[in-house]
Design a protein around this ligand. Structure first.
Ligand SMILES: [Fe+2]
Length: 483
C-alpha cells in the first residue's frame, strides 16, 4: 500500500456548538491518494468499476447558523480492478470553494440564513446560497458529475483520478438539481431544476456524447422544493409536493417550509415531450426525498420511493437554540419515510398507491442494470434515531417478501450504499454492496464490501482508509463499461 497526502486546505473553522460539525460530521481537509489498499478479507476479482461518494465539509467559520448541506463538496473515489483497490479524495473545486480559499473566510451564508447575511449577495444557488456541489454525484459520458440540491452548476471530474474538469457548459441559467438520472441503456442524462419564478421547474435531456438535446418547462403553481425525479424507458416523472415555502414569509425573505392542504402531484412526461404532453396525477399528500426505480407495465407506470408519514415534524427536542427545525428535518425517525409504491394509469389518469413496508428506511438503491424494469430487490439505509447518519442497511425481496438487515455496530455509521454487479452476474443480486463506514470508537474509516446475496454475514472484506471520512449524502457505483 502506498499512501500519499496531496494537500491540506486552509480552514478557519472554530465552531464547537453545532452537532453537524462534530464526530461523524467532522469535516475533512486532507486529500489523499492511496494505491493498493490493504484489506481484511480478499478483495474479489469480479468487481470492476468505481464507488464515488460526495460529502459536505465546512472549511471556514460559517456566517450564522450552519446546515450540514452547506459544506463544500468532497468526492471520495474507490476504484476496483483485478482484486485490488485504490482510494482518492478531492474537494470539488467550485467557484465558491476557490474564492473562499483565496480570501480565507466564508463569503456566503447557508440555507438557514437569509440572503442579507451573504457577503456576495445575488450570486449562488437560488440567488444566495453557495453552490457547494456537495449533494450528489453520477457518472455520465465517462465522467463524474457532481451536483447541488439547491440547483447549481454541474462540476465534472475524472471518476478515477478525480482530476478537476471544470463546470459543465450545458447547464441552464437556473442550474441543475441534485439527482440527475443516467439511463444505462441509452447513456442519456435526464435532469431538472427549480426556481422561484415562472415556470418554476424545467426538465432536460443530455445525450451520451454530452450534448444538450432537450430542455422544456414543467410549469408549477408556484415555487416548490422537489428533491428527486424518476424515469422509465419512455417517460420522466417529477413531483409537486404540498411541503413548500410559507408564501407570506417568503415575501419577507424568510425561507420556512409548511405543509399545505394540497395533494402530492406527479408530472409524467414523455422523455422528449413538452409542456402539452404532461399528464398530472394526484396522490396522498407527503414529501418524497428519494425514488428507487420506475417502470412501465401495460397502461401503468409503477414508481417506488419512500412515503413520509410525518413530512412536517415537530421541533427537535434538545437541539441547540436556533437549530430545532433543522434538526427535526434531519431526523428521519421523525419524518418516518417507508417504502411505497405509486401506480399511474396513463389511460384513466387514476393513481393507485400502496405501502410496501412500514419500517423507517430511506436512501435506497437497486442494481442499476434493472432500472426502468421491474426489479426484485431494494436496498435501503437504516437511519440513525435523532441524527442524519445511517446505522446499517437492508435488503428487501419484493417477490418473496423476505427481509435482511445489517447494522454496522455501536458508534459506527455507514455512507449511502451502492450496488456493484459482479462482472459475470446472472441473478439481479449477483453483486456487492459498497459503503464507507466511520467508526467513532477508533476515529477511522473503512471501505466495506458485502455479498448482496447474504448481507447478514457481514462484510466480505474491509479496506482501511487513511482518515475518518466525514458523513454526507449520496454515492454511486459505476461499472467499468461506464467509465
Ligand atoms: Fe438526495
Amino acid at each position: 500500500m502506498k499512501v500519499q497526502k496531496i494537500r491540506t486546505v486552509k480552514t478557519t473553522l472554530t465552531s464547537q456548538d453545532n452537532p453537524y460539525l462534530q464526530k461523524t460530521w467532522l469535516p475533512n481537509y486532507e486529500e489523499y491518494d492511496v494505491v493498493d489498499l490493504e484489506s481484511k478479507g480478499r478483495i474479489p476479482e469480479d468487481i470492476e468499476g468505481v464507488y464515488l461518494r460526495n460529502t459536505e465539509n465546512q472549511i471556514h467559520e460559517p456566517i450564522g447558523r450552519y446546515h450540514p448541506f452547506d459544506g463544500d463538496g468532497m468526492i471520495h473515489s474507490i476504484s476496483f480492478k483485478n482484486g485490488k483497490a485504490n482510494y482518492r479524495n478531492r474537494f470539488v473545486e467550485t467557484t465558491g470553494f476557490k474564492m473562499e480559499q483565496i480570501l480565507g473566510q466564508s463569503l456566503w451564508a447557508g440555507l438557514m440564513e437569509g440572503r442579507g447575511k451573504s457577503k456576495l449577495p445575488g450570486w449562488g444557488a437560488q440567488g444566495y446560497i453557495k453552490d457547494s456541489s456537495s449533494t450528489d454525484v453520477v457518472i455520465h459520458s465517462g465522467k463524474a458529475l457532481s451536483t447541488f440540491y439547491q440547483c447549481g452548476e454541474g462540476y465534472r471530474l475524472d471518476p478515477i483520478t478525480l482530476e478537476q474538469l471544470g463546470k459543465e457548459s450545458w447547464v441552464p441559467i437556473d442550474g441543475i438539481s441534485s439527482h440527475p438520472k443516467v439511463d444505462l441503456k441509452t447513456g442519456e442524462l435526464l435532469f431538472f431544476n427549480y426556481s422561484k419564478y415562472e415556470p418554476y421547474m424545467h426538465y432536460g435531456v443530455v445525450d451520451s456524447d454530452n450534448n444538450l438535446k432537450h430542455y422544456t418547462p414543467i410549469p408549477l403553481p408556484g415555487p416548490r422544493l422537489p428533491h428527486d425525479m424518476a424515469f422509465t424507458k419512455n417517460y420522466s416523472i417529477f413531483n409537486d409536493s404540498p411541503l413548500f415555502w410559507d408564501n407570506k414569509l417568503l415575501e419577507q425573505g424568510v425561507h420556512a417550509t409548511v405543509m399545505h392542504d394540497l395533494p402530492l402531484r406527479f408530472a409524467v412526461i414523455p422523455r422528449f415531450g413538452t409542456e402539452k404532453d404532461i399528464k398530472w396525477f394526484e396522490a396522498e399528500p407527503t414529501f418524497v426525498l428519494h425514488f428507487n426505480n420506475a417502470y412501465e407495465d401495460g397502461d401503468e407506470i409503477i414508481l417506488e420511493g419512500y412515503f413520509q408519514e410525518n413530512p412536517w415534524p415537530p421541533n427537535y427536542q434538545g437541539a441547540p437554540q436556533g437549530l430545532e427545525r433543522m434538526m427535526a428535518f434531519l431526523d428521519l425517525h421523525l419524518l418516518k419515510p417507508s417504502l411505497h409504491c405509486w401506480r399511474f394509469n396513463l389511460k384513466t389518469g387514476v393513481t393507485r398507491e400502496e405501502k410496501i413496508d412500514d419500517r423507517v428506511l430511506e436512501f435506497g438503491t437497486i442494481n442499476r442494470e434493472y432500472a426502468t424494469r421491474r426489479h426484485r430487490y431494494t436496498y435501503s439505509c437504516i437511519p440513525t434515531k435523532g441524527f442524519f447518519t445511517f446505522d446499517g442497511f437492508t435488503k428487501q425481496d419484493l417477490i418473496s417478501g423476505s427481509f435482511q438487515s445489517y447494522k454496522f455496530g455501536r458508534g459506527i455509521i455507514g455512507s449511502e450504499i451502492s450496488f456493484a454487479p459482479k462482472l459475470k452476474a446472472i441473478d439481479e443480486d449477483d453483486g456487492y454492496l459498497v459503503s464507507i463506514t466511520s467508526d467513532l470508537n477508533t476515529n477511522t474509516s473503512e471501505c466495506v464490501l458485502f455479498d448482496a446475496k447474504n448481507i447478514n454475514h457481514g462484510p466480505i472484506c474491509t479496506m482501511p482508509l487513511p482518515h475518518m471520512v466525514c458523513s454526507g449524502t449520496h454515492s454511486i457505483w459505476a461499472q467499468i463499461h461506464e467509465l
